[in-house]
Ligand binder design. Sequence first.
Ligand code: TXA
Ligand code: MG
Length: 363
Amino acid sequence: MAELLTVDARHPDRDTIARAAACLRAGGLVAFPTETVYGLGAHALDAVAVRRIFEAKGRPASDPLIVHVGDVADLAPLVHEVPPIVHALAARFWPGPLTLVLRRAAVVPPEVTAGGETVAVRVPSHPVARALLAAAGVPIAAPSANLFSRPSPTQAAHVAHDLGDRVDLIVDGGSTTIGVESTVLDLTSVPPVVLRPGGVSLEALREVVPDVRVRQVEADEGDTQVSPGLLLRHYSPRTPLTLVDGHDLVARIAAEARARLSTDVRRLVVLASSGVLAGVRSALASAPAPGEAVGHAGRLTFVDLGPDADLDALAAGLYARLREADALGADLILAGQVPGDAGIALAVRDRLHRAAAGRVLIG
Ligand code: TXA
Ligand code: MG
């Protein structure tokens, strides 16, 4: 098992960080918290170390990694050029949950970029990530520290669960705060394109890049060309998950739950925001399925995704709730989509959509 080093998230102990940094510099794999999710780090310029990331995650070599640096000034050696827009974006969003795709410099190993001519870079804001970057003195390549296609880890325990026997160290800095990954912005296309919605909202990006576009295509499993993280089946629990979207979520979820429990599903999890969940509970309680006077006791579990009116809080717990729902070992998770497209909503909707791998019912 990996060694677990616990640190204070705001003031990480220097000696502990120094140990983790030494491990990274020596080619080791170190999982550490960022403000978005836990990353699985390796020395970004050490091709052998980077290859270990792919082996540990079971990630296809065709899926490129994000390189983390301590400051925008550390970017220059990694990229072909630093266009002026980078400085404008960095001034506004770095350190923070924005990843920029730029043309790479030759020093970046092809393992990091999946053989491509671009490299994704970001400056994280989490004090532990920053301390680690400063102590290591090298760029750190780090995907989310989960098994490939599973929900990203937002707690050290999630990393230990997925990768405990495959990494050298896990730096435990508690729960991450944002809870969904960084926004990936491709600056090599004109106009720039958001490849993955994330911690930085589209509205905020528009203030710096007014003509920014969002990649709308629902990539299928075979499309690994632009951003493999856009694979439709991504962030998925093992339990099949069906997503319910639309205006009448409560009625649609309740009807679907009733129908499935009286046919092919023995154990069902309903996963939705607090308000929707309350509605579904009472709908199911007041109108049990035929022959089920006492409801679906023991066969139905409710998992609360978080407050309807505070999507930032919901996002922070999203992956932990998905993992909890998955651990119940049900036959099906019926999840309620969240509404809206402002702030973090785009990212949350995207992750739920991908968790469903295309199984979406419109209510
Ligand atoms: O918040 C985050 O971004 C976290 C933390 C650890 O920094 N990292 C993360 O990494 O989510 P990962 O590997 O799970 O997702 C990186 C995404 C993938 O969708 C990948 O395909 C895309 O960024 N990406 C990486 N390099 C790229 C490139 N050169 N061009 C296009 N997309 C790229
Ligand atoms: Mg990932």
